[in-house]
Design a protein around this ligand. Sequence first.
Ligand code: ADP
Ligand code: MG
Length: 700
Amino acid sequence: MAKNIPELYGSLVFNDKIMRDKLPKDIYKALKKTIENNTHLELDVANSVAVAMKEWAVENGATHYTHWFQPMTGYTAEKHDSFVTPVGDGQIIMDFSGKELVKGEPDASSFPSGGLRATFEARGYTAWDPTSPAFVKDGTLYIPTAFCSYSGEALDKKTPLLRSMEALNKEATKMLHLLGRTDVTNVSTTVGPEQEYFLVDKELYKQRKDLIFTGRTLLGAMPPKGQEMEDHYFGALKPRVSAFMHDLDEELWKLGIPAKTKHNEVAPGQHELAPVFDTTNVAVDHNQLTMEVMKKVADKHGLACLLHEKPFDGINGSGKHNNWSMSTNTGLNLLEPGKTPADNISFLVFLMAVIKAVDDYADLMRISVASAGNDHRLGANEAPPAIVSIFLGEELNAIIEAIEKDELFNQQDRVRMETGATVLPHFFKDTTDRNRTSPFAFTGNKFEFRMLGSEVSVAGPNIVLNTAVAEALSQFYEELKDANTDDMKDAVHQLVKRAIAKHKKVIFNGNGYTDEWVEEAERRGLYNLKSTPEALPHFVDDKNIELFTKHGVFTETEIRSRYEIFVENYCKIIHIEAKTLQSMLNHDVLPAIYSYEDELSNTIQFKRDAAGIESKAGKTELAFMSEAYDKIYELLGKLKDDTTSAEALTEEDVYKASFYYHDVILAEMDEIRKIADEVEDKLPAHLLPYPTYEDLLFYA
Ligand code: ADP
Ligand code: MG
């Protein structure tokens, strides 16, 4: 049965069309003003919206509402209240007020606050974000909200994101006015996040403690075939996966999430989904929602969706590409080069501002994607290196170089694509080719930040990007503000010339996976922050505190508390991994070895007693298992002791502890894994303690 997709699309969203239909005209206008100009919302407007929202939600099967927010856990949080309101006489009505819409008071004591809020000050507030539409999911009306403490500090990812968008809006609009585009009143950033993930069979998933507790396999020998044939990339979808994807698309469409592209990725069992881009705030909410819906739909199909950055050792991990640009309320994409980019002064200024931003705040960009999971990817020759650099592509590079050298740039005819087959349509080549190894690449009319791990909330990277670009624009404004309107083009060229000389060190168009680049980057003085513990401390560097406080994105207290949360979170993740590994060794691996030893010795003895045969191979195998057992047993004891020490150290000095977890605990886990995986390779099938990589990756 064909479904009516346009009708389905957004059917569970309290969107603009519904608002126009349901709200009194003046209320609708007032709300639109709030959404478009970020003005304050009056309570009578809120009351009226609440009534319409509730009626619509109830029509769509909702009995409850929830303030939906994004605490520092990186996941979303919700607390459900029903609309049920007793009116005496055993009767109820379904009620929802403006006050309930606008403000919530979840008991917030158990969310990470990095010392911002002692547990006795449990009060936290959620505040409605009217710029991201409410929706109905699983019988509940979801209201996107920001989350802050009693004293007004942000405890979430949305608040600073909105502040950063505001900062960029302010600086970008100011700049555009200076450049003569006075019709522009608002600039917003846009984001389209491409999301990678793995699907594995749910029953197999449930048999692996490591997947359940840590999201990644801590043990597991490589299957005979990995991704070397590259036959999975863009390959035909298997029926079960295809059914999942269809279902997923529909669920996302109902929620107004414009899921667009889907395909198989490089690794077996790995896939990707990309939506059409949206305003950053909405895109961030949608990406969080997408990750949740993916898991739910997978479950319905007997699958488990893995969002961890590195679920399988030796197999490509998963990332998320943050496509980013800026656009005006007049519909102009500020990173669109147009036909003659060399003459497009606003393009040049905004392009240069991004380059400057990324160079000046490369450390923050790196930090925004730092996590225990992503440490397995960055720099591992499958994802961009941990060094932040920019890829511009041939044409833009030529333009920038021409300006730097005071040469005239010849706008060559754009190159026609010659496929050699006349039946194929002609099309023009993009101004840039692709460079898969670049962490931050210009891709035609947007930048693609490629260092994000698959599980990260895209809020963090966009907070940094928006704020850093706002700062670059504000500095450029100072340099340009006294220029004569007639000389603006020349002033911009001079500005670009100065800026490029200073920032070209961050531009790199070559292969980012090579060792030569690592050396070259060091010569250029670029950061190479290899691990999360190494990267995080830069968050509280003076220049970074100055950046965020200047633009009102974070207060210094918020920055310091966030830093603490990030470091603590890193320690906790490795701690759980270490404990999970210990449990798997104790309960699964060591007993399997014992059983095999038992079988081997019985066989050896039986052969000897029954036929006088000395089983040479049996003895060798037994010796190997016995040795492996002892070695694992010994290392396990050490890991257990060291994990206890690490926990104590976390209490004392979380910063030191993060290095201890990285240098000592992770290294010990790797050492044990090597032996355990060798054992797994040799165990008879009936003694395998958990589903293997082969089971997980090839039979979904
Ligand atoms: P490709 O990665 O092949 O270049 P697309 O050009 O279709 O693919 O874009 C990939 C992602 O980038 C999509 O999510 C798309 O919506 C998003 N995107 C396209 N234009 C912009 C833009 N101006 N701002 C933010 N994201 C964008
Ligand atoms: Mg892409």
